[in-house]
Design a protein around this ligand. Structure first.
Ligand code: Z5A
Length: 226
Protein backbone atom coordinates (compact mmCIF):
# COMPACT_ATOMS: atom_id res chain seq x y z
CA UNK A 1 0.00 0.00 0.00
CA UNK A 2 1.35 3.43 -0.93
CA UNK A 3 0.06 5.53 1.97
CA UNK A 4 0.93 5.65 5.64
CA UNK A 5 -1.18 4.95 8.70
CA UNK A 6 -0.23 7.35 11.50
CA UNK A 7 -2.10 6.80 14.76
CA UNK A 8 -2.43 9.14 17.74
CA UNK A 9 -2.97 7.55 21.15
CA UNK A 10 -3.18 8.55 24.80
CA UNK A 11 -5.44 9.10 27.76
CA UNK A 12 -8.37 11.53 27.69
CA UNK A 13 -7.45 15.13 27.00
CA UNK A 14 -3.89 14.30 25.94
CA UNK A 15 -4.31 16.51 22.86
CA UNK A 16 -4.83 14.01 20.01
CA UNK A 17 -7.53 15.99 18.24
CA UNK A 18 -5.56 19.25 18.45
CA UNK A 19 -2.35 17.64 17.18
CA UNK A 20 -4.07 15.76 14.37
CA UNK A 21 -5.56 19.04 13.14
CA UNK A 22 -2.18 20.82 13.22
CA UNK A 23 -0.45 17.84 11.61
CA UNK A 24 -3.01 17.65 8.85
CA UNK A 25 -2.51 21.36 8.00
CA UNK A 26 1.27 20.96 8.03
CA UNK A 27 1.25 17.83 5.83
CA UNK A 28 -1.11 19.46 3.35
CA UNK A 29 1.21 22.46 3.17
CA UNK A 30 3.92 20.00 2.08
CA UNK A 31 1.65 18.73 -0.69
CA UNK A 32 0.85 15.43 1.05
CA UNK A 33 -2.62 13.98 0.51
CA UNK A 34 -4.09 13.57 4.01
CA UNK A 35 -7.12 11.86 5.49
CA UNK A 36 -8.25 12.39 9.10
CA UNK A 37 -10.30 9.73 10.83
CA UNK A 38 -10.98 8.23 14.25
CA UNK A 39 -12.10 5.20 16.22
CA UNK A 40 -14.76 4.64 17.21
CA UNK A 41 -16.82 6.45 14.59
CA UNK A 42 -14.82 6.56 11.35
CA UNK A 43 -17.71 5.17 9.29
CA UNK A 44 -21.48 5.61 9.23
CA UNK A 45 -21.96 2.31 11.05
CA UNK A 46 -19.19 3.35 13.43
CA UNK A 47 -21.01 6.56 14.31
CA UNK A 48 -23.96 4.51 15.56
CA UNK A 49 -21.60 2.30 17.56
CA UNK A 50 -19.80 5.37 18.95
CA UNK A 51 -23.05 6.75 20.31
CA UNK A 52 -23.80 3.44 22.04
CA UNK A 53 -20.28 3.10 23.40
CA UNK A 54 -19.77 6.60 24.76
CA UNK A 55 -23.19 7.53 26.09
CA UNK A 56 -22.88 9.34 29.39
CA UNK A 57 -23.81 7.37 32.49
CA UNK A 58 -26.80 9.62 33.08
CA UNK A 59 -27.97 8.95 29.51
CA UNK A 60 -28.76 5.32 30.39
CA UNK A 61 -29.67 2.65 29.43
CA UNK A 62 -26.09 1.49 28.76
CA UNK A 63 -23.43 1.39 31.46
CA UNK A 64 -20.47 -0.91 32.02
CA UNK A 65 -19.95 0.68 35.43
CA UNK A 66 -23.10 -0.98 36.67
CA UNK A 67 -21.76 -4.23 35.32
CA UNK A 68 -18.54 -3.92 37.27
CA UNK A 69 -20.07 -3.02 40.63
CA UNK A 70 -23.19 -5.11 40.32
CA UNK A 71 -25.35 -2.08 41.07
CA UNK A 72 -26.80 -1.43 37.65
CA UNK A 73 -29.49 1.22 37.50
CA UNK A 74 -29.82 0.93 33.74
CA UNK A 75 -29.14 -2.07 31.53
CA UNK A 76 -25.42 -2.71 31.75
CA UNK A 77 -23.42 -3.53 28.64
CA UNK A 78 -21.15 -6.45 29.46
CA UNK A 79 -17.43 -5.75 29.18
CA UNK A 80 -16.90 -8.35 26.45
CA UNK A 81 -19.83 -6.82 24.56
CA UNK A 82 -18.06 -3.46 24.75
CA UNK A 83 -14.89 -5.11 23.41
CA UNK A 84 -16.80 -6.66 20.51
CA UNK A 85 -18.42 -3.33 19.63
CA UNK A 86 -14.98 -1.68 19.37
CA UNK A 87 -13.84 -4.59 17.20
CA UNK A 88 -16.92 -4.26 14.95
CA UNK A 89 -16.26 -0.52 14.56
CA UNK A 90 -12.61 -1.24 13.65
CA UNK A 91 -13.39 -4.01 11.19
CA UNK A 92 -15.73 -1.75 9.21
CA UNK A 93 -13.27 1.15 9.43
CA UNK A 94 -10.35 -0.90 8.12
CA UNK A 95 -12.30 -2.35 5.18
CA UNK A 96 -14.26 0.75 4.21
CA UNK A 97 -11.77 3.56 4.90
CA UNK A 98 -8.24 2.57 5.89
CA UNK A 99 -7.32 -0.02 3.25
CA UNK A 100 -8.75 1.87 0.23
CA UNK A 101 -7.21 5.18 1.28
CA UNK A 102 -3.82 3.61 1.98
CA UNK A 103 -3.94 2.00 -1.44
CA UNK A 104 -4.74 5.44 -2.88
CA UNK A 105 -1.51 6.71 -1.28
CA UNK A 106 -3.01 8.86 1.48
CA UNK A 107 -1.38 9.72 4.76
CA UNK A 108 -4.06 8.73 7.26
CA UNK A 109 -4.09 10.48 10.64
CA UNK A 110 -6.16 8.24 12.87
CA UNK A 111 -7.39 9.19 16.36
CA UNK A 112 -7.02 5.86 18.23
CA UNK A 113 -6.58 2.31 16.89
CA UNK A 114 -5.68 -1.14 18.24
CA UNK A 115 -3.53 0.12 21.13
CA UNK A 116 -6.60 1.85 22.61
CA UNK A 117 -8.27 -1.55 22.97
CA UNK A 118 -5.20 -3.00 24.65
CA UNK A 119 -4.91 0.01 26.99
CA UNK A 120 -8.62 0.49 27.87
CA UNK A 121 -10.17 -2.97 27.62
CA UNK A 122 -6.97 -4.84 28.49
CA UNK A 123 -5.19 -2.75 31.13
CA UNK A 124 -8.24 -0.68 32.16
CA UNK A 125 -10.95 -3.33 32.35
CA UNK A 126 -8.65 -6.29 32.80
CA UNK A 127 -10.03 -8.35 29.92
CA UNK A 128 -8.04 -11.27 28.59
CA UNK A 129 -5.11 -9.96 26.53
CA UNK A 130 -4.96 -12.95 24.22
CA UNK A 131 -8.66 -12.49 23.35
CA UNK A 132 -8.00 -8.77 22.68
CA UNK A 133 -5.02 -9.54 20.45
CA UNK A 134 -7.05 -12.08 18.49
CA UNK A 135 -9.91 -9.63 18.01
CA UNK A 136 -7.52 -6.85 17.00
CA UNK A 137 -6.05 -9.21 14.41
CA UNK A 138 -9.45 -10.27 13.10
CA UNK A 139 -10.68 -6.66 12.90
CA UNK A 140 -7.57 -5.33 11.14
CA UNK A 141 -6.55 -8.34 9.06
CA UNK A 142 -3.07 -7.62 10.42
CA UNK A 143 -2.98 -3.96 9.32
CA UNK A 144 -0.67 -2.17 11.79
CA UNK A 145 0.13 1.52 12.02
CA UNK A 146 3.30 2.70 10.30
CA UNK A 147 3.82 5.01 13.25
CA UNK A 148 1.95 5.61 16.50
CA UNK A 149 2.40 8.84 18.42
CA UNK A 150 1.66 8.36 22.13
CA UNK A 151 0.86 11.73 23.69
CA UNK A 152 1.90 11.17 27.26
CA UNK A 153 0.22 13.38 29.88
CA UNK A 154 -0.68 12.72 33.50
CA UNK A 155 -4.22 11.39 33.82
CA UNK A 156 -5.17 14.32 36.07
CA UNK A 157 -3.88 16.86 33.54
CA UNK A 158 -5.87 15.30 30.70
CA UNK A 159 -9.10 15.06 32.69
CA UNK A 160 -8.68 18.65 33.96
CA UNK A 161 -8.39 19.83 30.35
CA UNK A 162 -11.61 17.98 29.49
CA UNK A 163 -13.40 19.50 32.48
CA UNK A 164 -12.24 22.98 31.40
CA UNK A 165 -13.88 22.33 28.01
CA UNK A 166 -17.18 22.23 29.93
CA UNK A 167 -18.81 19.69 27.59
CA UNK A 168 -19.27 17.01 30.25
CA UNK A 169 -17.46 13.69 30.55
CA UNK A 170 -18.53 10.72 28.46
CA UNK A 171 -19.10 7.21 29.80
CA UNK A 172 -15.45 6.16 29.78
CA UNK A 173 -14.16 9.51 30.98
CA UNK A 174 -16.42 9.09 34.02
CA UNK A 175 -14.48 6.01 35.10
CA UNK A 176 -12.36 6.21 38.28
CA UNK A 177 -8.87 7.76 38.36
CA UNK A 178 -7.57 4.26 39.15
CA UNK A 179 -9.04 3.02 35.85
CA UNK A 180 -7.36 5.84 33.89
CA UNK A 181 -4.04 5.15 35.66
CA UNK A 182 -4.23 1.51 34.53
CA UNK A 183 -4.86 2.73 30.97
CA UNK A 184 -1.82 5.00 31.25
CA UNK A 185 0.32 2.08 32.45
CA UNK A 186 -0.93 0.14 29.44
CA UNK A 187 0.38 2.80 27.08
CA UNK A 188 3.73 2.90 28.89
CA UNK A 189 4.04 -0.85 28.56
CA UNK A 190 3.04 -0.82 24.89
CA UNK A 191 5.57 1.92 24.08
CA UNK A 192 8.34 -0.01 25.83
CA UNK A 193 7.40 -3.21 23.97
CA UNK A 194 7.14 -1.66 20.48
CA UNK A 195 9.84 1.02 20.30
CA UNK A 196 10.04 1.01 16.50
CA UNK A 197 6.30 1.56 16.03
CA UNK A 198 5.29 3.69 19.06
CA UNK A 199 6.97 7.00 19.88
CA UNK A 200 6.35 8.67 23.23
CA UNK A 201 5.84 12.44 23.10
CA UNK A 202 5.55 14.72 26.13
CA UNK A 203 1.96 15.96 25.77
CA UNK A 204 2.24 18.36 28.70
CA UNK A 205 4.13 20.93 26.61
CA UNK A 206 2.30 23.71 24.78
CA UNK A 207 0.33 22.69 21.69
CA UNK A 208 2.88 24.40 19.46
CA UNK A 209 5.84 22.70 21.16
CA UNK A 210 4.19 19.28 20.92
CA UNK A 211 3.51 19.87 17.23
CA UNK A 212 7.16 20.74 16.59
CA UNK A 213 8.24 17.48 18.20
CA UNK A 214 5.72 15.49 16.16
CA UNK A 215 6.79 17.11 12.91
CA UNK A 216 10.41 16.20 13.69
CA UNK A 217 9.43 12.58 14.36
CA UNK A 218 7.41 12.33 11.14
CA UNK A 219 10.30 13.78 9.14
CA UNK A 220 12.74 11.27 10.65
CA UNK A 221 10.56 8.18 10.60
CA UNK A 222 8.68 8.73 7.34
CA UNK A 223 11.50 10.51 5.50
CA UNK A 224 9.49 13.67 4.89
CA UNK A 225 11.27 16.85 3.87
CA UNK A 226 10.33 19.80 6.13
N1 Z5A B 1 -11.90 3.52 23.41
C1 Z5A B 1 -11.79 2.28 24.00
O1 Z5A B 1 -12.08 2.11 25.18
N2 Z5A B 1 -11.35 1.24 23.24
C2 Z5A B 1 -11.02 1.37 21.93
O2 Z5A B 1 -10.64 0.39 21.28
C3 Z5A B 1 -11.15 2.68 21.34
C4 Z5A B 1 -11.59 3.72 22.12
C5 Z5A B 1 -10.81 2.87 19.89
C6 Z5A B 1 -13.06 7.59 22.55
O3 Z5A B 1 -12.98 8.86 22.90
C7 Z5A B 1 -13.20 6.76 23.81
O4 Z5A B 1 -13.28 5.40 23.44
C8 Z5A B 1 -11.97 6.90 24.67
C9 Z5A B 1 -11.32 5.53 24.69
C10 Z5A B 1 -12.40 4.64 24.22
N3 Z5A B 1 -12.29 7.15 26.02
N4 Z5A B 1 -12.97 8.01 26.40
N5 Z5A B 1 -13.64 8.76 26.80
P1 Z5A B 1 -12.30 9.95 21.98
O5 Z5A B 1 -11.00 9.49 21.44
O6 Z5A B 1 -13.28 10.45 21.03
O7 Z5A B 1 -12.11 11.04 23.07
P2 Z5A B 1 -10.94 11.17 24.08
O8 Z5A B 1 -9.98 10.12 24.11
O9 Z5A B 1 -11.60 11.46 25.34
O10 Z5A B 1 -10.14 12.34 23.45
P3 Z5A B 1 -10.61 13.79 23.41
O11 Z5A B 1 -11.57 14.10 24.46
O12 Z5A B 1 -11.09 14.08 22.01
O13 Z5A B 1 -9.30 14.50 23.79
P4 Z5A B 1 -8.01 14.66 22.88
O14 Z5A B 1 -8.36 14.53 21.44
O15 Z5A B 1 -6.91 13.81 23.35
O16 Z5A B 1 -7.58 16.13 23.21
P5 Z5A B 1 -8.02 17.53 22.48
O17 Z5A B 1 -9.47 17.48 22.13
O18 Z5A B 1 -7.06 17.91 21.47
O19 Z5A B 1 -7.81 18.48 23.72
C11 Z5A B 1 -8.63 18.44 24.86
C12 Z5A B 1 -8.57 19.83 25.53
O20 Z5A B 1 -7.25 20.08 25.95
C13 Z5A B 1 -8.97 20.99 24.60
O21 Z5A B 1 -9.55 22.00 25.34
C14 Z5A B 1 -7.62 21.47 24.08
O22 Z5A B 1 -7.64 22.80 23.68
C15 Z5A B 1 -6.75 21.24 25.29
N6 Z5A B 1 -5.35 20.96 24.94
C16 Z5A B 1 -4.91 20.12 23.96
N7 Z5A B 1 -3.58 20.12 23.92
C17 Z5A B 1 -3.16 20.95 24.90
C18 Z5A B 1 -1.87 21.36 25.37
N8 Z5A B 1 -0.75 20.88 24.81
N9 Z5A B 1 -1.81 22.20 26.39
C19 Z5A B 1 -2.94 22.68 26.96
N10 Z5A B 1 -4.20 22.35 26.59
C20 Z5A B 1 -4.29 21.49 25.56
Amino acid sequence: MGGKLIVFEGVEGCGKTSQIQLCSEWLESLGVSVMVTREPGGTELGLHLRRLLLEKAEDKPFSTRGCANGNAQGKPVAQVTELLLYAADRSQHVEQELKPNLTAGKYILCDRYTDSTIAYQGYGRGLNMSLINQLNYIATGGLESDLTIWLDVDVEVGLARKLLDGVGLDRIEQETIAFHRCVQQGYAHLAASHPSRIVQVDGSLSKEAVQQVIQGILCDRLHLAK
